[in-house]
Design a protein around this ligand. Structure first.
Ligand SMILES: Nc1ncnc2c1ncn2[C@@H]1O[C@H](COP(=O)(O)OP(=O)(O)OP(=O)(O)O)[C@@H](O)[C@H]1O
Ligand SMILES: [Mg+2]
Length: 265
């Protein structure tokens, strides 16, 4: 990749039409720029309504930008032309949304295998990978359970590995652990770092939680209220492997937390 960022956002603009016509269009993102090198774990923090989900949707080509550029592997997404979008960029971009979106009529294993099936890649290697991932996150023994028979944390794990199973080079994550209790959340953060360490994919992880942003990220971007712009860019200097549950006791933590907190309005 020789110095080229894997993912690049340049001067990005996005507006949504207001209810009463064009004049009241809401600018959610205006002139937003940042880049993500291959293998980086980037965390993004920003107030509710600042356009974080909208940003991820544009990176995944689920939604279209009105101006600027979104580049992945040096190729630009279409601008102002929703019909030319290529959602998920042929499975190059994985997306773990806030809701787990498991299919209720499929077992846990069938859910995890689903993307491979859709892509016509369900072979012995894929099954072995699914099996390894299920074991890594403690879902061994629950292959035949349906989503309604799993706890909230288990459903999150299943939805996480359903994205990891097809091994996309970039994974977008939109507050994936938001609705969980503190214990389950810490456990999932540990699982995620363990899984990330297996392949060091590029991750863009959106969260409301400053501690989570620091604990997971190589770098944390802070977004302003809409129209979103970057008000902070913090390299996270805490070395890996990290002690997720004890992260607050690391000597660099307090100063980082304080600086980010001042920028999160
Ligand atoms: N499809 C849409 N049509 C019109 N307005 C939208 C649409 N999607 C989002 N918005 C508006 O854009 C703004 C940003 O929404 P977005 O969901 O990106 O925020 P967010 O930062 O993800 O918030 P949260 O942290 O609460 O998830 C909000 O004001 C929202 O109402
Ligand atoms: Mg959101």
């Amino acid at each position: 990749m020789s110095g080229q960022p894997l993912l690049e956002v340049r001067g990005l603009d996005k507006r949504f039409a207001g209810r009463s016509g064009r004049d009241t269009a809401l600018w959610v993102i205006k002139d937003l720029s940042f880049s993500v090198p291959d293998g980086e774990f980037l965390t993004i923090i920003g107030p509710s309504g600042s356009g974080k989900t909208t940003l991820l949707n544009m990176i995944a080509q689920i939604d279209v930008a009105n101006g600027g550029e979104v580049r992945f592997q040096s190729k630009s997404a279409p601008i102002n032309d929703p019909k030319s979008l290529n959602p998920g960029l042929n499975c190059q971009i994985g997306y773990v949304t806030q809701e787990d979106n498991l299919l209720p009529w499929r077992t846990t294993l069938q859910n995890v295998l689903f993307p491979l099936e859709v892509q016509g890649r369900l072979d012995a290697e894929g099954r072995a990978r699914a099996d390894m991932l299920m074991r890594t996150v403690g879902l061994a023994g629950f292959e035949g359970h349906y989503p309604h028979e799993l706890s909230g944390g288990m459903r999150k794990r299943a939805s996480l590995i359903r994205t990891l199973v097809y091994d996309p080079p970039v994974i977008l994550m939109d507050e994936p652990f938001g609705a969980l209790d503190a214990q389950t959340r810490a456990q999932l953060q540990e699982d995620l770092l363990r899984l990330w360490n297996l392949g060091r994919k590029t991750i863009v992880f959106v969260t409301h939680d400053i501690t989570e942003a620091i604990a997971l990220g190589d770098r944390t971007l802070v977004l302003s209220r809409a129209p979103a712009k970057i008000v902070g860019d913090h390299p996270i200097t805490i070395p890996r492997p990290r002690d997720i549950r004890g992260i607050m006791t690391h000597p660099d933590f307090a100063a980082l937390y304080q600086r980010i907190r001042e920028q999160v309005q």
